[in-house]
Design a binder for this molecule. Structure first.
Ligand code: MF3
Ligand code: CO
Length: 249
């Protein structure tokens, strides 16, 4: 069952989503060679709390941090720690909060200092694939039109789509139905309706699509060691089109 949100509920979702966008913007300013991923996590937590929001991931299924920091070949769910970012890394930051009973969720991938063209291109293709997908988050389209848009955008540019993780509905829970794969044939699945709120999150690998989870039980990495990037927005479907709730204004 996909829970539809009333216009009033979508209004209430603006706050957690805006806070997520603001916090990622603040964390972004601190991303530089030499900073540890644990330091980024502390900044994210502090910036959420001072805005009156609760970090959503801390305590979720036993996850112990507020932010996910995934470096280079790490795909998602990298655990913050003593690792220092170095020039040339790419780092994905995934963050969510709960505020006034609703969740917001977003992710960005950033270059650390100067990154080679390959890394830059992966980042920009992944971000653009998210916007290509969001264009299909309109009433009357089918869910898999979103999935297909990501796959088409990414594979035509020589990259591969991670299959083992998906986007999701979001609202009073961090993860609601539907699951949103980032690949698939168009025209399948439920018809999209005004009032659906979706966290769309392409995870894109430079080489093969295969991923595995490390022994820490969280960190997903590419099997071939190639780079991976991740972008995510919380998007409301409205009669006048998709509205990106986690956009920084
Ligand atoms: N942002 C992730 C998602 O979109 C959630 C991270 S899992 C957690 O589903 F345990 F770290 F919270
Ligand atoms: Co998410």
């Amino acid at each position: 069952m996909i829970i539809l949100k009333s216009p009033q509920e979508i209004e209430r979702m603006r706050r957690p989503c805006r806070i997520v966008a603001e916090v990622l913007e603040v964390v972004k300013e601190s991303v530089r060679p030499g900073i540890t991923t644990a330091a980024l996590d502390r900044i994210a937590e502090r910036e959420a709390l001072i805005r009156g929001a609760t970090p959503a991931f801390k305590g979720y299924c036993g996850y112990r941090n507020s932010l996910c920091c995934s470096v280079n070949e790490q795909v998602v769910h990298g655990i913050p720690g003593k690792r220092e970012l170095v020039e040339g890394d790419i780092v994905s930051l995934d963050f969510g909060v709960l505020c006034d009973s609703f969740y917001g969720d977003a992710a960005i991938t950033l270059p650390v200092g100067k990154v080679d063209a390959k890394g830059q291109n992966l980042i920009s293709v992944t971000e653009q694939s998210l916007y290509a997908a969001i264009n299909f988050a309109v009433p009357g389209q089918r869910l898999s039109d979103i999935s297909h848009a990501v796959q088409e955008y990414v594979e035509s540019r020589g990259y591969s789509v991670v299959r083992d993780f998906v986007g999701h509905g979001i609202g009073r829970s961090l993860h609601e139905n539907p699951q949103i794969p980032n690949y698939g044939q168009p025209g399948k699945g439920p018809k999209l309706k005004a009032g659906m709120v979706l966290a769309i999150e392409p995870m894109i690998n430079a080489n093969g699509f295969e991923v595995k989870v490390l022994g820490d039980g969280w960190t997903a990495v590419t099997c071939d060691g190639g780079l991976s990037a991740h972008f995510e927005h919380t998007v409301a479907i409205t009669d006048s089109g998709p509205e990106i709730l986690t956009k920084c204004v």
